[in-house]
Write a protein of this length. Structure first.
Lengths: 114, 114
DNA sequence: CGTTTGGTCAAGCATCTACTTGAGCATATG
DNA sequence: CATATGCTCAAGTAGATGCTTGACCAAACG
């Protein structure tokens, strides 16, 4: 719960990149090594490792060394927090629009009966 | 639907900043002028305008000039798209974890009866 | 043992980001 | 009309980001 702001910063930042979203998408299918994640991407392995580090820093993925390969898997909490932040705002503005709709309906009814 | 990728890039990028999330939060309560958005933030008005432009470029807010003030309001679609992308991935990994759970349960049952 | 494979580390570089200041301009307001 | 207000624009800056290359290391494999 502490540092929720900085984590939201980092999480949204992490997701703001097509290559990293590609990796996340791959990892939703199950764990994968760094080279597997690199396979569809047109960049050096070193660059992919850096992307993985970004995803790990914000808690979206966890990694673990198995022999000489680094296995990556998704860790839902951070992404769910980001999703939750948007959902909370959406509830806010939807409630407001509902109230606005009610007011307009009342006004229309008052207009009809006047 | 076209350029969904570039818009996701921009939307997540827009949300990856505390000041801009602050503005979004304020706008969920209803429309506001640029100076109103600037009020809680410790930065120049010019900087706030630049943040508004970022939010507008990704479609999260719409603005309109009324006299000499620029009114801003939230425009749900872009944020809902971002929320939806995360939700889709979550459904993916949750389904996978459910299947994994089923397999483990079956294995445990088989173990018991063996 | 030698070689491949999978990854790690560090340095460098172009670009982007989040500001700033200062000048200017068009609508209010007294 | 004069002044204040609410932006708008342009230029500049420090630091972050997304890569690259090249050297290196340690776990497989034949």
């Amino acid at each position: 719960m502490l540092d929720q702001t900085i984590d939201l910063d980092r999480t949204f930042q992490a997701l703001a990149d097509k290559s990293r979203r590609n990796m996340v998408e791959r990892l939703t299918l199950g764990p994968a090594s760094v080279t597997e994640l690199a396979e569809p991407l047109a960049m050096s392995l070193a660059a992919v490792v850096q992307h993985v580090q970004v995803l790990e820093a914000c808690g979206v993925v966890k990694t673990e060394k198995v022999g000489r390969t680094r296995m990556c898997r998704i860790e839902g909490a951070a992404m769910t927090a980001a999703e939750g932040w948007i959902a909370d705002r959406r509830r806010g503005w939807e409630a407001r629009l509902d109230r606005l709709g009610d007011i307009l309906n009342e006004a229309a009814t008052a207009e009809e009966t006047s």
